[in-house]
Write a protein that binds this ligand. Structure first.
Ligand code: GLU
Length: 360
């Protein structure tokens, strides 16, 4: 490899890649993946691994009482399985004189600025030569609204937060197909441009043990492409697939990206569900924001109603006059001030352009 294709990457491995059909961890497969990451680290690439498989591993260790409810089941399997999963990673990595670091996360960690900065600092501090941070959702405490859609979402959030060059989503299918993958006439779509129409590339099929599916993968990839991040969706079971992609081989599906945009906007792009309040726009403002032809700030004059006791610096959602979601932004002042200025001209923007992310 003469020239390193990416300097910073997130690699996400799905449960189906690292578990066998019987649900047990596929240790040789985990080794194959880790060896590639070690090679990249030695070449100076920053690597973060997002690994599913805790629940899968847990199933092979503990038999649950039939009476255990869904939440309890998830908590037991994840807490037992996570130890198992990390143990295997630790063993493999230490053979290469590498250290494994475990990071367990919930949606809450991406919610407010302090948590977010903590997470970011943690990853930056861990980006040492011989450490590979290994992330999973903290399934034990992450229940209902605290849950990520799946680890693809978590990997997407980390990719945006760390401003990586590329996200590798390793799954057990060869990529995104132009039809039903089971249909013989379906073909892999090798490249997807950011401007490609939002049609349904993938079947809603989800994996056997994990929560993810091709729909969420494509959705995350499209969002990242608008943040300047490339996503590769590939079959992680194929030997050397990550290194081959680094070598420039055309494997799986690549979602190309647009030019770089600011870190704040990157954060906002993934912040849905984390807003502390809502600003409702009048019709004129809705039309302008739905079809922006220049950078826009949200002024109080365009707002008809606000809700939520948000404070300065909180994320607020913008809703149009037809109840459509327009975007998210960071409030420059809190609810009380905003409320007193609704509909009035000549006041400072509630959301400045630099802190505003309009829906893709
Ligand atoms: N966190 C889950 C696990 O480790 C996987 C979630 C997913 O499949 O995306 O089992």
């Amino acid at each position: 490899m003469n020239q390193i294709k990416y300097k910073k990457i997130v690699v996400k491995v799905g449960t189906n890649v690292i578990t066998k059909d019987n649900g047990l961890l596929d240790i040789p497969m985990m080794k194959k993946i880790i060896i590639q990451l070690v090679k990249l680290k030695k070449l100076g690439v920053e690597v973060i691994l997002v690994s599913s498989g805790a629940m899968g591993a847990g199933k092979s260790v503990v038999k649950l009482d039939k009476k255990t409810d869904e939440v309890g089941r998830r908590q037991v399997l994840a807490s037992v399985g996570q130890v198992e999963l990390m143990n295997v990673y630790k063993r493999i990595l230490s053979k290469h004189k590498f250290i494994s670091a475990q990071i367990l996360s919930t949606k809450e960690d991406f919610r407010d600025r302090n948590h977010y900065m903590n997470m970011r600092n943690c990853f930056s501090s861990l980006s040492k030569d011989n450490i590979i941070p290994i992330v999973n959702e903290n399934d034990v405490v992450s229940i209902t609204e605290l849950m990520f859609t799946d680890n693809d979402e978590l990997a997407g959030l980390i990719s945006a937060m760390m401003n990586v060059d590329a996200l590798f989503l390793l799954t057990n299918v060869d990529g995104v197909y132009d039809g039903n993958p089971e249909d013989k006439t379906s073909r892999i779509i090798h490249t997807i441009e950011p401007s490609a129409p939002r049609r349904q590339f993938a079947t809603p099929q989800i994996s056997k043990f994990g929560r993810g599916g091709m729909m969420t993968k494509s959705k995350i990839a499209r969002k990242l492409s608008n943040l300047g991040i490339i996503t590769h969706i590939v079959n992680g079971k194929k030997n050397g697939v990550i290194l081959d992609l680094f070598a420039g081989d055309e494997i799986g599906t690549t979602f190309l990206s647009i030019k770089k945009i600011s870190n704040v906007k990157k954060r906002l792009a993934h912040a849905y569900g984390q807003e502390k309040g809502t600003a409702y726009l009048n019709e004129l403002a809705t039309n302008i924001f739905s079809n922006p032809d220049r950078p826009l700030s949200l002024l109080p004059v365009g707002v008809t109603k606000i809700t939520g006791k948000f404070e300065k610096g909180d994320i607020i959602k913008i809703i149009g006059s037809r109840q459509e979601e327009i975007g998210l932004g960071i409030a420059q002042y809190g609810f009380d001030t905003a409320h007193s200025l609704i509909g009035q001209k000549g006041h400072r923007a509630l959301i400045h352009y630099d802190y505003l992310f309009l829906n893709l």
